[in-house]
Each structure stands twice: as structure tokens, then as C-alpha cells.
Design a protein around this ligand. Structure first.
Ligand SMILES: Nc1ncnc2c1ncn2[C@@H]1O[C@H](COP(=O)(O)OP(=O)(O)OP(=O)(O)O)[C@@H](O)[C@H]1O
Ligand SMILES: O=P(O)(O)OC[C@H]1O[C@H](OP(=O)(O)OP(=O)(O)O)[C@H](O)[C@@H]1O
Length: 221
């Protein structure tokens, strides 16, 4: 780490659904920067007074920035952490961004036993999670990696099943899919680079404690 790296605390935030609640949570603890908003196109935003640098990443790439130390800390969904399986410390469950990973199929393809799904094609944005899940069930399937609109795949015959996240259940319902297995629930997590955690222990440990306390009090109202 250079002395300039040591001077700043670099915080990675993901674009998308978790951005706004993450900014609000950090702002509550005084971690702010002018121009840090969803509408900005800037990818690095610095608060010189507080020596904080925010970097804005694509959701799936965030753990990579933290693993390599391009960011000291970050906020990301547990679903992405499970999929990317990077070597980072997971410090606080921030309790927002709740969703769950599950398996769904069109009503017409629902099977009696889970083992009857063997050899089907599974469309997903989470190929590693899907692979691990079906492997743990002792079922061999073909995983097809997609980048979004996963529910479309069974409707057009690309796959028979999907592994995706569900929040309200509305997308499943509107596309005539039913959940047939739960994999894991997911919420936003506060993570840290392993070297940064030691080198910038005081700052990261303080923020960890403050976040934990804020979450225990019920988060940002
Ligand atoms: N209904 C939901 N849909 C998607 N993500 C949700 C939902 N509820 C909570 N989340 C959480 O928000 C995170 C970010 O979701 P978002 O849709 O912004 O992802 P993304 O991969 O950046 O999307 P895109 O591929 O459209 O850029 C998810 O990884 C998950 O942890
Ligand atoms: O249960 P619901 O409340 O309907 O939410 C779940 C949907 O939201 C996510 O998609 P997203 O909006 O992120 O778009 P994507 O398909 O492009 O990833 C997810 O992949 C589901 O499609």
C-alpha cells in the first residue's frame, strides 16, 4: 500500500438497487461526499476533508474490487458474495435488500419428486450457486448462464428451470412460474479487504461497530 492509499478509506458501492440504501446508511454515520447520487455518472467521488473515496462498481464486480484491495470496504448482497466466492471479510449483515435465492419452474413442468428434475436445463445469473445447489441434491443438470430477465428462459424454451432471486414474488407470478426449492435468503453485507482490515484497523473497526449498532437500532428510518 502506498502512503496515499493509506491516507484514504476507499468504499465500494454497487450501482443498482443497493446503491440508495447504502448511501443513506453511510450518510447516517457521517460517511458522505458531495455528488454521491444515483444520477451521477462519476465513478470515483472523494471527500477530501474526511479522506474518504467512494468508488461505484457494477454489482457483480464489487467483491473483486474489494478482494484485490482496489477498495478497502464495500456493501454488497449476500447472493453476489455466495456467487463470486471472493476472499473478503464479511463484517456486518446490514439487514436491508432482503431477497431469497430459489429454484422455480413453469407450473406445467412441476415434478412429484425433486430428483425428477435431473437432466433439465437451468437458466440463471448465479451459475456457481446453482451448480453447488444441484450438486448437493445429487442431481445433474445443465446450467445456462444469463445476465438478467431470467424468468424469460422457460417461457421461450431456453431452459426448463431457473435459479434466481425472488423478493415480492411478483415476477414469478406474472410469468406463471412456481417456486419448487429454497436455496438461501440474502441481505446486504458490509465487507472488507483482508489486508486493509489490518492496515486500517481503527477506521474499519469503528465503522463496523457503528454499522452494527445502527442496524441493531433498526437501521435508517
Ligand atoms: N427484487 C430484487 N431484485 C433484484 N435484487 C434484489 C431484489 N431485492 C433485493 N435485491 C438485492 O439487490 C442486489 C442488486 O440488485 P440489482 O437488480 O441492482 O442487481 P444488478 O446485478 O446490478 O442488476 P443489473 O444486472 O440490472 O445491473 C441483488 O444482488 C440483491 O442482493
Ligand atoms: O420477486 P420480485 O419482487 O418480482 O423480484 C424478483 C425479480 O427482481 C430481479 O430482477 P431485476 O429487476 O434485478 O432484473 P434482472 O432480471 O435484469 O436481473 C430478479 O432477478 C427477479 O426477476
Amino acid at each position: 500500500m502506498t502512503s496515499s492509499d493509506m491516507e484514504y478509506l476507499t468504499i465500494a458501492l454497487p450501482k443498482g438497487k443497493l446503491f440508495e440504501p447504502s448511501v443513506k446508511l453511510l450518510a447516517e454515520l457521517g460517511y458522505t461526499a458531495e455528488g454521491l447520487s444515483e444520477n451521477s455518472r462519476k465513478l470515483v467521488i472523494v471527500n477530501e476533508t474526511k479522506k474518504i473515496k467512494f468508488i461505484i462498481t457494477k454489482t457483480a464486480d464489487l467483491p473483486t474490487y474489494v478482494e484485490y484491495g482496489a477498495a478497502d470496504i464495500g456493501i454488497i448482497g449476500k447472493d453476489v458474495l455466495l456467487e463470486e466466492a471472493k476472499h473478503v471479510y464479511e463484517l456486518v449483515d446490514l439487514k436491508f435488500g432482503y431477497c431469497r435465492l430459489m429454484v422455480a419452474v413453469p407450473q406445467a413442468l412441476k415434478q412429484e419428486k425433486f430428483s425428477d428434475y435431473a437432466h433439465m436445463r437451468v437458466a440463471t445469473k448465479y451459475p456457481n450457486i446453482a451448480e453447488r445447489f444441484f450438486h448437493s441434491m445429487g442431481i445433474q443438470v445443465e446450467i445456462i448462464k444469463l445476465n438478467g430477465s431470467i424468468e424469460l428462459a422457460p417461457m421461450v424454451g431456453l431452459a426448463e428451470m431457473i435459479v434466481d432471486i425472488v423478493e415480492t414474488g411478483r415476477t414469478l407470478k406474472e410469468n406463471q412460474l412456481i417456486e419448487v426449492a429454497q436455496i438461501e435468503p440474502a441481505t446486504a453485507r458490509f465487507i472488507a479487504n483482508r489486508v486493509s482490515f489490518k492496515m486500517k484497523f481503527d477506521r474499519i473497526n469503528q465503522l463496523t461497530k457503528d454499522l452494527q449498532e445502527l442496524v441493531t437500532r433498526g437501521g435508517v428510518k
